[in-house]
Design a protein around this ligand. Structure first.
Ligand code: ADP
Ligand code: ZN
Length: 752
């Protein structure tokens, strides 16, 4: 066996883009003898198709059945280097994922697939595009929408691409062409390389702050670690508003000085444009920002640019962990606790844990940052000394943490004799901020207008026909919607069960909150940020930039408003139904609630004016609410870790969640039962019930999802090696068609 390039092997092991856990052996035809390298692509015959797969090994072992010859070589050189190949193998082993599927997500879309990828689609480096420029003369008689566009365009100094700009401001190109006809702007065609070079921030002046003494202390430690070199793990545990970004920027600068490159992972790029802007202004063209607005072609060009060494800083979401940066010196995982780092489809890898593995393979520093680290991470730092923990316990410039007030809604109910959406304290608070021309954020972590539709006569509810979940009333759509599968139904006039017209709506969502605020504060400019309101292209950026520019006074939203934003003029954050997340049947419910409340509170008082947070709840005594209100992560940790230890949850055990799904209930139940039996048999050989517990099978909390029934088996173990042996053994016995109905999730983030 050889992992080196041109071994004189006669066979190759190929990972195809298929959900199959093993690789396939092909014979190397004599014309290609000696030419094939590990990490390059080949076209192979598979059943009656042709597939593009990746060479994982070149060897001389004669297979038992005769191997077919491979058909052609696609890349003369490897497209994945040795370390990324190694990382892919690790993911495939650790998460029990098919190697071909792992490598598919590690490469730009379309590189592994059905047949040889279209050359035309991927290799042109030049295109003719239209560029938008402002006219010399200021425009006259523009509509207010056109004015908005004109002002937006005026902010940019670099060339602006027509299509990209339309996307960002959310208009069609006909709007711009009409403005060009009126003389307000010019559109011209030029040759350009595909690159999103009108990205925000490239034209911004660099803003550097003198680090506070707390920031300096943390930065000093990171600097020492970078100068030492080698694989190291650090946790930057800094409260909200402590200026973690500034520390990252200093660290990256040092990495670049050393001639190395840096990778920065963030949960969602669109939500924190100010962060991308800061990177752009410090490092200019050396930064590649991987946002979801990129087309496949743009993504591919960017990937090539990075591989050729022209970008040395990459900022991106989860999958950016696979970026082929050479001489990687540091990986930063910002907001490391964020659940969006976990991929919820095959391969189910965790971006943070993959980053740690990559850091180890590349001898790089891995720096995780958060104000609310995931419990496992903090435990790893505190008890296991796996991470060096750098604390920033104070906000920049000694700005105070916000003051938190808890309103017990049970008292509010007694006082008013009815359930109110807003307590008097919060209502008055909003009114006062509006008078002071300050901004307000209101969090309610449920979108839609009303949570459920009930019948007063028979107690029936409107549920999704495909999922075991009640339908949510959406005013924008004037429909009932399923939040899991998107099923929509018109509003009922009478009960589906008993036929009586006594329908009523319960539980409020963000739409209702927005409506209430508009009625109560008619003079205020109010906006909403949730998955519905950002559905249209460009609307996310529009909502955020309106709020950042104080063209909105109140922003209502779901957890999207809690993420990393830095809006200095927000002085009041209101939280409605703070206990909502605690009702979810998941051992992480308390932790998630704590994180959400701490993060959203952290949006208040980041500027010169101090901030207040008003938390409304029917359940004020729960510890996650209590400690979130005190902004005391460490107390929360001490309390939560006791629960985790007593009930044997992570970090005291490792979990694997197996979900068997299918349209026929009996088949699902039977397959789950036989899988559990098989797991138990393999446990006899490789482990024992003390160290490896098998819970279930049982119907999943969400028993039906998208027309499928779901049964669940949860494995808790103190020994990962045994987990892999037991799982591998049991899954190896399952036939191909059943295997497709079993979802294996190692280190699950979501247990529903
Ligand atoms: P965190 O991510 O820790 O919540 P940010 O990195 O978003 O905090 O920083 C919060 C704000 O403080 C930003 O507007 C940033 O520009 C500003 N800031 C950071 N460091 C300093 C400093 N040393 N002096 C003044 N302002 C700073
Ligand atoms: Zn549904």
């Amino acid at each position: 066996m050889s992992l080196l390039g041109n071994a004189p092997g006669g066979f190759v092991e190929v990972a195809g883009p298929l959900p199959i856990r093993h690789t396939f052996t092909y014979r190397i035809p004599s014309r290609l003898s000696g030419a094939l390298q590990v990490g390059s692509r080949v076209v192979v015959p598979f059943q009656r198709r042709k597939l593009t797969g990746l060479v994982l090994e070149v060897h001389d072992r004669n297979p038992e059945v005769e191997a077919k010859p491979l058909l052609e070589q696609v890349d003369p050189e490897p497209i994945l280097g040795a370390k990324l190949l190694e990382l892919g193998r690790w993911i495939s082993d650790y998460y029990l994922a098919a190697p071909g599927e792992v490598f598919r997500v590690m490469l730009p879309p379309g590189l592994l697939g059905r047949k040889r990828p279209e050359k035309k689609k991927y290799w042109p480096s030049k295109r003719r595009l239209a560029i938008v420029k402002l006219a010399a003369r200021p425009p006259r008689s523009l509509t207010s929408r056109q004015q908005e566009i004109w002002l937006e365009l005026q902010k940019r100094t670099l060339p602006v691409l027509l299509a990209g700009f339309c996307r960002q401001v959310g208009c069609g190109d006909d709007v711009l062409r009409r403005m060009a006809d009126q003389g307000a702007l010019e559109i011209e065609k030029v040759d350009v390389y595909r690159s999103p070079f009108d990205e925000a921030g490239a034209d911004q002046a660099e803003v550097r702050h003198v680090l506070t003494s707390e920031q300096s202390a943390a930065w000093g430690e990171i600097r020492k670690a970078l100068d030492r070199g080698g694989f190291q793990r650090m946790l930057l545990f800094g409260v909200t508003g402590s200026g973690k970004t500034e520390v990252y920027l200093n660290a990256i600068e040092r990495v670049l000085e050393k001639g190395q490159s840096a990778l920065v992972l963030v949960p969602e790029i669109g939500l924190t444009p100010q962060m991308s802007r800061a990177f752009r202004s410090w490092f200019g063209d050396q930064v590649a920002i991987q946002h979801s607005g990129l087309s496949d072609g743009e993504r591919f060009d960017q990937w090539r640019r990075i591989r050729s060494g022209r970008c040395r800083v990459v900022v991106g979401t989860r999958s950016a962990v696979f970026t082929p940066l050479a001489k990687l010196g540091m990986i930063i995982v910002d907001e490391e606790h964020d659940s969006s780092y976990k991929q919820e489809e095959m391969p189910r890898y965790h971006g943070r844990d993959t980053a740690l593995k990559r850091g180890q393979l590349e001898d790089a520093l891995v720096l995780l940052g958060s104000a609310t680290p995931q419990l496992e991470t903090f435990h790893g730092a505190l008890e296991k000394k796996r991470f060096r923990c750098l604390k920033i316990p104070k906000r920049i410039l000694d700005r105070p943490m916000p003051t938190v007030h808890v309103v017990d809604m049970r008292h509010e109910f007694e006082r008013h004799g009815k359930a109110a959406l807003f307590s008097t304290l919060l209502e008055d608070g909003i009114g006062r901020r509006l008078q002071l021309r300050q901004q307000v954020l209101i969090l309610l972590n449920r979108r839609g207008y009303a949570a459920a539709v009930l019948c007063r006569s028979c107690g029936g509810t409107e549920t999704c026909p495909h999922c075991s979940i009640s339908l949510t009333h959406h005013l924008d759509w004037n429909r009932l919607l399923c939040h899991y599968c998107g099923y929509a139904r018109s509003l009922p006039e009478k009960c589906r069960e008993c036929g009586k017209p006594y329908i009523y709506y319960v539980g409020e969502g963000t739409e209702k909150i927005q409506q209430w605020l508009e009625g109560r504060f008619p003079e205020a400019r109010i906006d909403r940020l949730d998955r519905d309101s950002v559905r249209r292209r460009g609307s996310l950026q529009r909502i955020l930039s309106r709020f950042a520019g104080h063209r909105t006074d109140i922003l209502v939203g779901t957890q999207m408003i809690a993420k990393g934003h830095d809006f200095p003029q927000v002085t009041l954050v209101g939280v409605l139904s703070a206990e909502m997340g605690l009702r979810i049947a998941d051992f992480r419910a308390a932790e998630r609630t704590f994180q959400l409340l701490t993060q959203v509170s952290g949006r208040a008082g980041r500027g010169e004016e101090p901030g207040d947070v008003i938390v409304q709840t029917y359940y004020p005594n729960h510890y996650s609410l209590k400690y979130a209100c005190q902004q005391d992560y460490e107390e929360f940790y001490r309390r939560e870790v006791v629960f985790r230890s007593r009930f044997r949850y992570p970090p005291f055990t490792a979990l694997a969640n197996l979900v068997v799904r299918g349209e026929k209930r009996e088949e699902v139940r039977d397959l789950a039962a036989s899988l559990a039996q098989s797991l138990k048999r393999h446990r006899k050989t490789h482990s024992d019930p003390q160290r490896l517990r098998i819970l279930g099978p049982a119907p999943a909390a969400l028993e039906r999802l998208r027309k499928e029934y779901r049964h669940q088996i949860l494995i808790k173990t103190t020994n990962r090696a045994e987990l892999h042996r037991v799982l591998g053994g049991a899954l190896g016995e399952v036939d191909g068609s059943s295997r497709r109905r079993i979802v294996v999730d190692v280190d699950p983030v979501n247990l529903l």
